[in-house]
Design a protein around this ligand. Structure first.
Ligand code: ATP
Ligand code: MG
Length: 294
């Protein structure tokens, strides 16, 4: 499903004196198959934007299409019809909030993950539900038999996050949207979670992934395209290489991935590298340069 946002605006507490315009006209296209990153300083509207993608926030101004779903409510569409559309949409677009583990609520991991299946597939047999829950828990790298009867609160932070993601994957979404998915995890936990997202994407289990992140290494390593948000707009949509090699005012406060920082320093002493900033490509390029000079 392609996501097309045109002139999307949004104001919190519209009626109140303290209203706050969070989106000022977002123009952005995310293609089916993208592993897409959204970056930008705090308060730039990233979370507000992504919460539109599965209808958690209703479109106020501009247009937003997610596949065939027109998320800007039309006059012709009744409330009932809109609600029905939202349910279908949420089946296709899974949303993983920041710190999703705080939303685990059931007594056991099984019940928590099963909630999503029961919600979207109310007619399934118990046997089929169990099959799907086991598959989702396996997918996120947890041992189904070990965790199914545990309370979610007995799991470690990283495991809880995986369980929360299993609860989203169980409805088999085509698009997975994650708000700062690795925030607060240790380096190993971060790597594992990103590698899980890659597996889901590479194997086509989830066609499109959208992540919001403040970690530029994570962005340069993982995404094929990135949008830079600033003041409630997507001011740049490009590849990570373009984002990190063209410094200007809008991107100057972002910081750089380590590879781009080292490239910049090498450039200052006359060594020019041409690769993107994925560690593997960067190292290859560096070794090539080294061999040319010795
Ligand atoms: N529930 C809310 N009520 C009122 N204003 C809000 C609410 N949520 C966000 N805002 C305001 O909207 C603007 C955009 O916020 P948003 O959470 O989308 O930013 P963000 O880019 O996700 O930031 P961060 O990187 O800190 O998560 C900010 O000015 C914020 O203060
Ligand atoms: Mg946010």
């Amino acid at each position: 499903m392609q996501i097309i946002s045109k002139g999307l605006t949004f104001t919190y507490n519209r009626e109140a004196d303290f209203h706050r315009q969070a989106l000022q006209g977002v123009d952005l296209t995310i293609n089916e198959g993208d592993f897409f990153g959204i970056v930008g300083e705090t308060g730039s509207g990233k979370s507000t934007f992504i919460q539109h993608l599965n209808g958690l926030i209703k479109v106020q101004g501009g247009s937003l299409w997610v596949g065939d779903f027109n998320l800007a409510p039309t006059d012709k569409q009744g409330k009932k019809q809109y609600k029905k559309m939202l349910k279908q949409l949420r089946h296709k677009v899974g949303m993983v909030f920041q710190y999703p583990e705080y939303q685990l609520f059931a007594e056991t991991v099984f019940e928590d993950v099963a909630f999503g299946v029961k919600n979207f597939f109310p007619t399934l047999s118990d046997e089929e539900i169990e099959k799907r829950v086991a598959k989702a828990i396996d997918l996120v790298g947890l041992d189904y038999n070990k965790v199914k009867n545990k309370s979610p609160f007995e799991l470690s932070g990283g495991q809880k996050r995986r369980a929360a993601i299993a609860g989203i994957l169980v409805s088999e979404p085509e698009v997975l949207v994650l708000d700062e998915p690795v925030a607060g995890l240790d380096p190993v936990g971060k790597k594992r979670l990103m590698s899980l997202l890659h597996t889901l994407h590479d194997t086509g289990i989830v066609k499109t992934i959208v992540i919001v992140s403040h970690d530029m290494d994570e962005i340069s390593e993982n995404v094929n395209r990135v949008a830079l948000f600033c003041g409630g707009r997507a001011v740049k949509v490009c590849t990570p290489k373009e984002l990190f090699s063209q410094k200007d005012e809008s991107s100057s406060r972002l910081g750089l991935p380590v590879t781009a920082y080292v490239s910049e320093k090498l450039n200052e002493v006359g060594v020019e590298l041409s690769s993107d900033f994925k560690t593997e490509n960067f190292i290859k390029d560096l070794v090539k340069k080294y061999k040319e000079t010795v």
